[in-house]
Design a protein. Sequence first.
Length: 499
Amino acid sequence: MEPTAPHRLPPLGKSLSARLLILTILFVMVAEVLIFAPSIGRFRLVYLEERLAAGRLALLALEATPDHMVSKALERELLAHAHAHLVAIRRANGMKLMLSPEPPMPVEASFDLRQGTFFGLIGDAFATLARGDDRRIRVLGPAPFDPSTEVEIVINETPLRMAMYDYSQRILGLSILISLITAALVYLSLQWLMVRPMRRITQSMTAFRDDPEDVARAAIEPSGRTDEIGVAERELADMQARLRAALHQKSRLAALGIAVTKISHDLRGILATARLVSDRIADSEDPEVKRLTPTLLGAIDKAVDLCSKTLTFITDKPPEPKRVRFGFSALAEEVGQSLPEALRGDAAWIVSAPAELTVQADRDQLFRVLANLGRNALQAGATRVEIAAEPIEAGVRIRIADNGPGLAPRARERLFQPFAGSARPGGSGLGLAIARELVRAHGGEIRLIASTGEGTAFELEIPEAGSQKTEVRSEVVLAPVPDPPADASRRPGAMRRAG
């Protein structure tokens, strides 16, 4: 795979910082708009209340005269001071006083401040801002410090609108200033708390990706923070260290595998020559030679078998199953017949499966899996091996149980690891590793379900072609092996060399 080009950090305009800055300004402006709406409604209410108070003061001069009359000039001056065309009050006793030119001027809208609601005041304020004409409006409300007295004034709406415009401009300027200050503070805070650490993490990931095995490219050093960024830094550092160690180990194992391949190839040739010589030694009439020759031949055969398995495990590509449908019982019996007679001894090979049960799998690969498991059981000292099978949803479940001495705890921990999971002294551990590889190539799984002093049992699940892979479970359940199905036919097969 060709190395991909490094991903450069985005420019400032498209960076996370710029987006956070823009969003902060936008959100602050939205908050200011939500604050402005009730504020402008309140401003209009206060303005009209001040006009009512000014009108009430103008009428005090009228009340001070004996006949409640003033000259036309003084009346115009009082109305001009109140910025009104008409001022009137109504007392609780029915008395009414008014300053008004003759005749009274018509009005186009009327507002009673005593009936104003929160949303009503906001709606009236925005309606005033939206209008462009200068209409006369009548305003009603209680007199200051005398709620029993009603004050009425008639004023032009344009001065009110201009005052609201000035107030809105001041609010807008203040909102922009608050937005910029808030955005700058949020930007600097996020830049320090998030953006810079994220850039540092990104640069470390990019550098590590370019050459993960280069020790000179040190892993990221956690900053000691206790928040999510600190957790991410520590997890990244731990992942880089583990991955670098794993890659280093795999590189060494790959080099070792190449060396072992060459050594095993040459050693197998040497052992083949030794086997031929040993065969000739077996013809000797010396009793001592005859007694030791079988042991020598067995040791040479084991060494050749180990070399062959090692070469196969290292050089073979991942298996590609060629699925066909075949009867399971015939295959299981054939496996028992193919095991070496010297290994079988007096052991019993029992197949417990419905006669009509079929499996859709690669026959040669499944044969190899069952042979590896059966051979391991017999080499461990089992005198009885039973293979049971039953259909399950979208596949077949196979159980292989023996009455051997069970597996040691250390062997169970590394059961499917090549060269580490052998359950017997001198074993390579390749048999189970290869068996799991072949089963997983079918989309299935193999697991240890029981291992006690009374025996060991493995379970295989082989799904049909196209079925979803079964869930991988690696736990060991130390329990008796389940009995085979009631309709299963039990056919003990004599284990003898095939052919």
